[in-house]
Design a protein around this ligand. Structure first.
Ligand SMILES: [Zn+2]
Ligand SMILES: [Zn+2]
Length: 215
């Protein structure tokens, strides 16, 4: 069964999640935006073997620590979807603009959801589905564990809100459509870990979230 620990990192309090297979203790880190010593300390404390970096999208608060962590710990970079290449190329500029520690671009070992098609990632005995959910960024993906009934959704969906769409290649209608067609069919009981703020469930957002509730 998949386990996870969410560690808010950076000045943006981005919910970086360390996820692992409890049978094998193999772990991945989703969205290492920064504060790498803290993330490494948690991995050590939990007795895990970190084997990959998974990215939902390439905004600085989510991807800022990726190049350094991949290089220093010899980890593959999995994701996001290739349409986020321009955000990866702009990481150094993003870090200056938002006052983050210097951040470097990188080349993912594997892009996810080529052609927008559903994809999969594995971790020990655990398998997660990956879905392309553009709108906040064009290459945004989400990671879903059916077994654990958890979804790591980055900045697609928040408790009571949705991601900003006023960035280059952001689009409000595309984001709302992605939430309705890619997330809701997974079921009301799925608990999601958003990129910022508290967890919620898809069912709760379908009832109460003013941006995407059922009409
Ligand atoms: Zn973002
Ligand atoms: Zn964010």
């Amino acid at each position: 069964m998949l386990q996870y620990l969410t560690v808010p990192v950076t000045a943006f309090q981005q919910n970086c999640s360390i996820v692992w297979c409890d049978a094998t203790r193999r772990a991945a880190v989703i969205d290492p935006g920064g504060e790498l010593p803290r993330l490494r300390a948690e991995v050590r404390r939990l007795g895990l073997t970190l084997e990959a970096i998974w990215l939902t999208h390439a905004h600085i608060d989510h991807a800022g620590g990726t190049a350094q962590l991949a290089r220093e710990d010899a980890l593959p970079i999995i994701g996001p979807h290739a349409a986020d290449q321009f955000w990866i190329d702009g990481l150094a500029q993003q870090s200056r603009m938002f006052g983050f520690p210097p951040s470097e671009p990188f080349t993912p070992t594997r892009w996810l959801c080529p052609g927008g098609v559903d994809d999969r990632v594995t971790l020990g005995d655990c398998e997660l589905e990956v879905r392309h959910c553009p709108g906040h960024t064009p290459g945004h993906v989400v990671f879903v564990s059916r077994e654990a009934q958890r979804a790591f959704v980055g900045d697609v969906l928040f408790a009571g809100g949705i991601g900003r769409t006023d960035f280059p290649l952001g689009d409000h209608d595309t984001l709302v459509a992605a939430i309705r067609t890619q997330l809701w069919p997974l079921g009301d009981d799925i608990v999601f870990i958003p990129g910022h703020g508290p967890e919620s469930s898809f069912g709760r957002e379908r009832r109460h979230n003013p941006y995407v509730r059922d009409v």
